[in-house]
Design a protein. Sequence first.
Length: 149
Amino acid sequence: MNKKERYAYGQLVIGVLVFLLIYTYFYYSRFRQAPGEGGEWGSAVFLSATAVLAGMLIELGRFWGWVIEVKINKELLVLQGIPAAVLSLVPGPLWIQAGGNVFPYIFFADPVVTGISGVWLGVVLFRSIFNNKRVKDEEEVKDNKPRGV
C-alpha cells in the first residue's frame, strides 16, 4: 500500500470513528437514558465529552502519516482554549440555572453551541499540545539517493 492509499485509509478510519462517536451520543441520549441516570445533566456532560473527542479525532486526521511530538503552544491554549472550554465544558443546565431563559444564557446552554465549541476545543487542544514532524518515507529516501550509490 503506497503513502496516498495509507492516508486515504487513515482518513476513512477516522471518519468512521467520528461518526460512531456521534451516533453513540445520539443513541444513548435519545433511547437508552432512563430517568434517574443523570437526566439532562448526564446528557449535557456526555455531549461535551463526545464533542471534544470528535474534535481531537478530526484534528488527528491532519497528522496522519507524520510523527507526533509534544510541543505545547501556550498562546493558542489561552486565546482559543479558554473560551472554547467555557462554552463546551460548562453543562447547559448550569447556564440556565445561572441566568434563566434569557439571552445570552439560553445561547450558552444550547446543545448546538456546546457541540460546536467542543469540537473547536478538541481541535485547539490537539493543535496546541502536539506538533507534527515529518519523517521521510522509505520511498522518498530511495528517490532522493544520489545516482551511482
